[in-house]
Ligand binder design. Structure first.
Ligand code: ZN
Length: 410
């Protein structure tokens, strides 16, 4: 748990200047639950740079930018927290540069909460680059220049401390969905051992640290990993190593029994989901936080998420369509521009088209998450989910969720 002292440090250390807080951080539990509805929860996480209302979708800013969105537009879309990635920032521009320029908040011009990934997921998703994996850590070739590099629990803790993120993630071993049982077992053992080491490392003022449970969809290994990581008493806990290519049903079944094994009084983070249906499925099973590159990546490919399914805006059927992307959306794109104009921009490779589609998609997911929260507070989550899914499925969805689009990897 976080001591009263650390919370005071958090306020003095990195919060917005000028008394921007409307709460007393010395007196607030780091995570409070306002309402529950079945297994779904509505809560508030207190960080050194502000509050995060949960369920929370975290837009991904891998390289210290939510792609194509000015930080003010992320805020306008309803974003309360963004994710950045230690692997990429370590190589470009380098943690030294970010630290010298005031840490990640100052560097990227975002004064709200930031969660940093440890970099482990990137290493393990680029398996061909791994040179050695042992108790000490993992060594690999950088995707930037091919040079040998290393991640250890101590190195990722130090990098995240110097980046100054509000939530740091543990280094974990993330095997692919088709890994043999022995490999998953080894991943669980290394993940626990590394978490115990990272738990002891120095943090940025007020920085929270989340543990990550591995174990794939194998019940015994997943339960063991959860037990070992939870025993280390991190500020929050994540389910990692899911959404990596397994069947969706198996993923949701795993979350259904695994999420309740995580402590009730701490935030539960599902790493790497961001399609509308998937978000509702994990919220229903008791997950509080989740992230995905999906809205911005789809935006850059010309796809819009809407309440009636996906639109591939490049399609000729939109050439003279004067309606907004989504009649019920109040984002900058929907307030002002037609599908026909957005199609024109995207087809002509105009930057504004990608910016507007990305902003719309992020807004859409944040609106959906806010609706989920509101429904949980009223005890109406099941009804919201049913109505939302019915409409999504009846709509004119242009394509399935591609596996590459869902995870937080860049
Ligand atoms: Zn919109």
């Amino acid at each position: 748990m976080i001591s009263a002292n650390r919370r005071t440090d958090a306020r003095d250390g990195g919060g917005p200047a000028g008394g921007a807080y409307d709460y007393d951080v010395t007196n607030v539990a780091p995570f409070t639950i306002d309402a529950v509805d079945g297994d779904a929860r509505a809560g508030v996480l207190t960080t050194a740079h502000g509050l995060v209302r949960t369920p929370s979708f975290m837009p991904v800013g891998t390289k210290a930018t939510v792609k194509a969105l000015h930080p003010d537009r992320v805020r306008a879309a309803g974003g309360e927290i963004v994710l950045a990635n230690t692997y990429h920032l370590h190589f470009r521009p380098g943690v030294d540069v970010v630290e010298a320029l005031g840490g990640l908040h100052g560097f990227m011009g975002w004064d709200g909460p930031i969660l940093t990934d440890s970099g482990g997921f990137q290493v393990f998703s680029l398996r061909d680059t791994i040179l050695a994996l042992d108790e000490g850590g993992v060594s690999f070739r950088s995707v930037y220049d091919g040079d040998r590099a290393e991640l250890t629990p101590e190195l990722v803790a130090d990098a995240q401390r110097r980046l100054g993120s509000d939530i740091a993630m543990c280094l974990d071993v993330c095997p692919p969905s088709d890994a043999p049982s022995a490999e998953v077992k080894r991943a669980v053992a290394l993940t626990s051992s590394w978490a115990a080491r990272q738990r002891e490392c120095e943090r940025a003022p007020g920085q929270l640290v989340f543990g990550i449970a591995q174990g794939g969809i194998e019940r015994e290994l997943r339960a063991q990993s959860i037990e070992e990581v939870v025993a280390l008493d991190f500020d929050g806990n994540a389910l990692g190593g899911l959404s990596v290519g397994e069947e969706r049903d198996a993923l949701f079944q795993t979350v259904a029994w695994a999420a309740p094994l995580l402590p009730e009084n701490k935030p539960r983070y599902f790493m790497g989901i961001g399609d509308p249906a998937g978000m509702l499925e994990v919220i229903e099973r008791g997950i509080d936080m989740f992230d995905s590159v999906l809205p911005t990546r789809l935006g850059r490919t010309g796809t819009a998420l809407t309440r009636d399914g996906r639109l591939n805006i490049r399609n000729a059927r939109f050439a003279q369509d004067g309606r907004p992307l989504d009649e019920e959306c109040s984002c900058a794109a929907c307030e002002r521009f037609s599908r026909a104009y957005l199609r024109h921009l995207v087809v002509q490779d105009e930057t504004l088209g990608l910016m507007l589609l990305s902003e719309h998609n992020v807004t859409f997911l944040l609106d959906l998450t806010a609706s989920a929260r509101s429904a949980i507070e009223k005890g109406e989550f099941a009804a919201l989910k049913a109505a939302t899914l019915a409409r999504l499925n009846d709509g004119q969805t242009d394509q399935e969720v591609p596996a590459w689009a869902t995870h937080s990897s860049s």
